[in-house]
Ligand binder design. Structure first.
Ligand SMILES: *[C@@H]1O[C@H](CO)[C@@H](O)[C@H](O)[C@H]1NC(C)=O
Length: 809
């Protein structure tokens, strides 16, 4: 009986100690919930593989029952134990301590004669296990083992074997005592046949014979925690009887397992972070929990969480989770997220990098923040220098043009004098400027996000633009100099040329209005498009071997004239002159046109027929000749119309109907008639030239008419174009071509072209003669024609003008 009381005392003391322990709260370091009996309140979680009388009354007997009358009894466990109605019920829950009086009336009992019986406790979570005490009603088992699981029964580990004969029952297991904590041994001390009743088996989680330096290491913690406990009885004591024979059933009825009480001492497992625990399952409020029940859910302190306070509370991950040890609470620390996040996780690498001060990494930082503590502005945001980082508006979006800013609109996130950064400053691409990086730098254009430099340099032709480095920042169009065009100022305007060869811009083509097809010229060398046989940049020069025939010239070759005898003006039998052919001799100057000369004898003459006068006007007549002797000659010239005169212009003017005498010195080759002759268009004139000299010889007759009334060179009379109506409308300057004023509604150039086309008609009539075919007998009729080309002015005005085109003497 004394045994029994001591046990109760032990229980009470433990409870008292636990209560004391629980009272010292968790503020001063580690704390632990009270230790209690894990079986209390867990009858549903305790099972046995064998129970007597489950299906109906079952007989059993006891050995050495001396005092009572009965030796055998009935077991009927169909109903739960009740001292009054079912005193013979022996289910497993009977082993749970209840502090009822007369403890020995209640026990668990297995079926008769079964060696292998197991009792199993399934806990709802991980508990701390302290020790196990079994109190038997009959003999203790001859062999048994205790095993535990920490993973709800998936895997099991043996705690200890117990056997009367360890070597026989568990041959592979060493017999105790253990050499170290956690050694699995077979303990022979609790399997004796004595005592026959109330024998105990005690199993301590930690062998008190070993001093444990650090109870918080993983291996120790594993030894003292469990979710399941299983007690396997493997061999009955049979007191010399053998169960194998089983010839007598009453023999078997004596052997079975029977246990008064099992106490599993332990506590809610909280890693030192809780002193109180609550039920694991949140049951309804009206559900009754047995007093003294050890609950499994820690009420965690030290900012920890979890059933066993095995992790840090949400948002308390700044330090790594650790169990509390002694006076060190090893509390979890709150993450510092500056109010921008309420979630964080622990990162060991960060913690180590931070000298073990802070390892909490904030998650999902709000308000455009980022960083371990949400303490930086996200890219594309910058720190308002006037606000604390904890301010929800501390980060302001960058105001940068993404096209012109590096990294698509990134700005400097904060002001740092050392780094030289300024919060909010946009990082412009190389060729971009402006607070927002939205402008091309001077001399650059075309801001574009796809351009890594932002803008491209202006490509203005330096010789064509006003400032070769400046262009339209959007289009890149350059500012051109005078007469220059093109987006890069690299082209001359139409009608201009010479970009780059002038100091400024382009020069006008200045194509000769008469010598060129138009006013277009080559942009490179300014060459105008010349009419045939005209050369020079501006088409102002005759080609080599050609001369500019003044437009008012007519030439009549003496070879084509009709010969005249002194007496008879026209000789039918001698209608062609005596022609002296000439071929040019190399090295000697050519002095004639046509095939050669017409030979005229002394006193004879030639009749030039003039019928191609286009307009009525005054003409000068010149004779070109070449005497065959050294004597001087005398010419006599008469001009007569073959029909009636029609024009007003010439009707009242003196015609040269009376012969005019002209000296033809042998030293000269030309003679000019000083009286002008008015000639009408559409009239055929005979210009009769008689040559006389005492000595007959070759005379080369030359006749020339020249307009007398024609205005000064360099001007053109508009009347020329309008049928000779008036001279008073003469045009003042060659540059201002006269036709314009009389041809309203027509562009000036078109007028000029028409004028010149008309002029060219005359020019063709007077096709230029190669010098090689010059001769000494011809007539020129000089029709005062349009004068448009300044370059010809000088020639026209020169004394030699009437003789232009004549061969060099
Ligand atoms: C203990 O008993 C259970 C149930 O009978 C059995 O599954 C288990 O293997 C036994 N343990 C050992 C170590 O034999």
């Amino acid at each position: 009986m004394s045994h029994h009381y001591s046990c109760i005392c032990l229980l009470l003391c433990s409870v008292l100690l636990s209560l004391l322990h629980a009272e010292d709260d968790c503020d001063s370091g580690s704390c632990h919930p009270a230790i209690g009996d894990l079986l209390v309140g867990r009858s549903e979680q305790l099972t046995a593989s064998s129970v007597c009388g489950l299906t109906g009354p079952q007989k059993y007997c006891i050995i050495g029952y001396l005092e009572g009358e009965e030796k055998c009894f009935l077991c009927d466990s169909r109903y739960p134990y009740s001292p009054y109605t079912h005193p013979n019920s022996h289910p497993i829950e009977n082993v749970i301590t209840t502090f009822e009086p007369d403890r020995k009336k209640k026990w668990w009992q297995s079926e008769n004669g079964i060696d292998h019986v197991s009792i199993r406790l399934d806990l709802e979570t991980l508990f701390k296990f302290s020790h196990l005490i079994l109190t038997f009603k009959t003999f203790r088992p001859a062999a048994m083992l205790v095993e535990r699981s920490t993973d709800h029964g998936h895997t099991w580990k043996i705690f200890r074997y117990f056997a009367q004969n360890c070597a026989e029952s568990f041959p592979s297991i060493p017999s105790g005592p253990a050499k170290g904590v956690g050694d699995i041994v077979c303990d022979p001390r609790y399997s004796d046949i004595e005592p026959s009743t109330e024998g105990q088996i005690v199993l301590k989680a930690l062998d008190p014979s070993f001093e444990i330096e650090n109870p918080y290491v993983q291996s120790i913690q594993e030894l003292i925690t469990l979710t399941n406990l299983r007690i396997n009885f493997t061999k009955l004591h049979t007191l010399g009887d053998t169960l194998f024979g089983r010839r007598q059933s009453d023999l078997l009825e004596k052997y079975y397992y029977a246990v008064y009480e099992i106490v599993v001492r332990g506590s809610c497992f909280c890693n030192g972070h809780a002193s109180q625990c609550s039920p694991v399952q949140k049951l309804r409020g009206d559900v009754f929990y047995q007093p003294g029940m050890v609950h499994g859910r820690c009420i965690c302190q030290h900012n920890t969480a979890g059933m066993s306070c095995e992790r840090c509370k949400e948002f308390y991950n700044d330090a790594p989770w650790r169990p509390a040890e002694g006076s060190q609470d090893n509390a979890c620390k709150v993450c510092k997220c500056n109010g921008h996040s309420d979630r964080c996780h622990f990162d060991m690498a960060v913690y180590v990098a931070n000298d073990h001060i802070s390892g909490g990494v904030c998650e999902d930082c709000q308000h455009h923040t980022m960083g371990q503590h949400c303490d930086q502005c996200k890219p594309f945001f910058y720190r308002d220098p006037l606000r604390a980082i904890s301010d929800p508006y501390a980060c302001i979006p960058c105001d940068c043009d993404p096209e012109g800013t590096l990294y698509s609109g990134l700005c400097e996130s904060r002001t740092d004098p050392i780094l030289g950064t300024i919060a909010g400053r946009c990082l412009c691409k190389e060729n971009v400027e402006g607070v927002r990086c939205d402008m091309c730098r001077l001399s650059y254009y075309g801001l574009s996000g796809s351009d890594p430099l932002g803008c491209q340099p202006c490509t203005c032709n330096p010789s064509g633009s006003l400032s070769f480095s400046m262009c339209d920042p959007v289009t890149g169009e350059c500012l051109c100099q005078r007469f220059v065009t093109g987006p890069h100022c690299d082209e001359c305007l139409v009608g201009y040329w010479g970009l780059g060869s002038n100091l400024y811009g382009c020069s006008p083509c200045g194509c000769d209005i008469g010598g060129a097809h138009n006013n277009l010229c080559s942009s490179s060398d300014g060459q105008c498009e010349c009419l045939p046989n005209i050369v020079g940049r501006r088409c102002t020069e005759p080609a080599l071997g050609y001369f500019f025939l003044p437009l008012d010239y007519y030439i009549y070759e003496a070879e084509h004239a009709k010969p005249l005898s002194r007496s008879a003006p026209l000789s039918g039998r001698n209608s062609t002159p005596d022609i002296v052919f000439r071929e040019p001799t190399p090295g000697k100057p050519v002095t004639w046109t046509g095939p050669g000369f017409a030979r005229v004898l002394n006193g004879a003459g030639l009749r030039f027929t003039v019928s191609n006068i286009p307009f009525a006007m005054d003409f000068d007549i010149a004779l070109r000749y070449e005497p065959e002797s050294l004597e001087d000659w005398i010419g006599s010239i008469a001009v007569n119309p073959s029909g009636a005169l029609t024009s007003d212009r010439c009707r009242n003017k003196a015609l040269l109907q009376e012969p005019y005498t002209l000296a033809l010195p042998a030293t000269k080759r030309i003679a000019l008639l000083h009286t002008p002759v008015c000639l009408d268009p559409g009239v055929e004139y005979f210009v009769d030239v008689y040559l006389s000299q005492a000595q007959a010889g070759c005379l080369h007759a030359v006749a020339a008419c020249r307009s007398q009334k024609w205005p000064a060179a360099g001007t053109l009379c508009g009347s020329w174009w309008q049928g000779g109506r008036s001279e008073s409308t003469c045009c003042p300057q060659p540059q201002h071509f006269p036709c314009s004023s009389h041809w309203p509604g027509t562009s000036q150039w078109e007028l000029q072209r028409q004028c010149l086309r008309a002029l060219a008609t005359y020019r063709n009539m007077l096709s230029p003669s190669p010098q090689g075919r010059a001769d000494t007998s011809h007539i020129w009729l000089l029709l005062g024609a349009a004068w448009a080309m300044a370059g010809r002015q000088a020639a026209f005005l020169s004394p030699a003008a009437p003789l232009a085109g004549s061969c060099l003497w």
